[in-house]
Design a protein around this ligand. Structure first.
Ligand code: ATP
Ligand code: MG
Length: 246
């Protein structure tokens, strides 16, 4: 357990159904789990198994159609959307598959943009984060001058700017080779003592350092494992599926 004593993320009997005409498709079915603060969690499972859906439900981006999800005592579906949005903006950071950097701003300026005010303290903090993660040479470069891995690490630092209690990352390494993928995940994992880190991935190597890995199958939470079990257990190897060759 990390030193961080923030709130836990949890969902209780959470289901997420999509109804299309008379067909109902369950993206999540009856998922109950608690993610302790200050730890690094992986979420794995085949395509369509509900990984992104679980991330959306845990972060309050989507309200479960049955059951509930919460951050500490804040139960998302008991609050107005605007309040959930504010909680998310103040307490969570997000990293997506693509880094979404503004092309006409430098790496440093892209990071500062996440701060409530683009002032001197924000600038100093962004510089400190870049330096801590060995990226201080990048601050004045434009996104077009950065590699895919560097861009993604800049987007991870941007997600750290407001000292979030949780960082959610949905396939942050999907567009990267293994070396760059590891750098991005190491950057995310370095945040663990300051907050909770939740990373969706197809690649078991990317969660080798996680505290726990949640395995989904057909919307069900099929298992929760230690990363070491992922490679030795044939059932889970089938569950997580092979990572695509690149
Ligand atoms: N907006 C939507 N409308 C209808 N069905 C949806 C919608 N979003 C997701 N689904 C369905 O919910 C299921 C779970 O989707 P989800 O995106 O959570 O899977 P995933 O594990 O993240 O997949 P991937 O690895 O491909 O990103 C899938 O069957 C998907 O088709
Ligand atoms: Mg997904």
């Amino acid at each position: 357990m990390g030193k961080f004593d923030g709130d836990a993320l949890a969902c209780e009997a959470a289901s997420l159904a999509y109804t299309d005409g008379e067909r109902t498709n369950y993206a999540l079915r009856d998922v109950t789990t608690t993610l302790a603060p200050g730890r690094f969690y992986g979420i794995m499972g085949p395509s369509g198994s509900g990984k992104s859906s679980l991330l959306y439900v845990l972060s309050g981006l989507k309200k479960p159609t049955q059951g509930s999800a919460r951050f500490g005592a804040f139960v998302y579906d008991r609050h107005a959307d605007a309040d959930v949005t504010r909680l998310r903006r103040e307490k969570f950071g997000f990293v997506f598959q693509q880094p979404f950097l503004l092309p006409y701003l430098s790496a440093l300026e892209n990071i500062i943009l996440a701060a409530p005010r683009q002032d001197k303290p924000a600038r100093e903090k962004a510089r400190a984060l870049l330096a801590d993660l060995g990226l201080n040479g990048l601050e004045n470069k434009l996104p077009s001058q950065l590699s895919g891995g560097e861009k993604q690490r800049v987007s991870v630092i941007r997600a750290m700017m407001n000292d979030p209690q949780v960082i959610f990352a949905d396939e942050p390494t999907a567009a990267l080779d293994h070396t760059n993928g590891h750098r991005v995940v190491d950057t995310l994992a370095s945040y663990r003592a300051r907050g909770t880190v939740v990373v969706v991935t197809h690649d078991p190597e990317m969660v080798g350092d996680a505290d726990e890995v949640l395995l989904l199958r057909d919307g069900l939470l099929a298992d929760v494992q230690q990363p070491a079990e992922l490679r030795t257990n044939t059932v889970s190897a089938r569950l997580v599926g092979a990572s695509p060759a690149r």
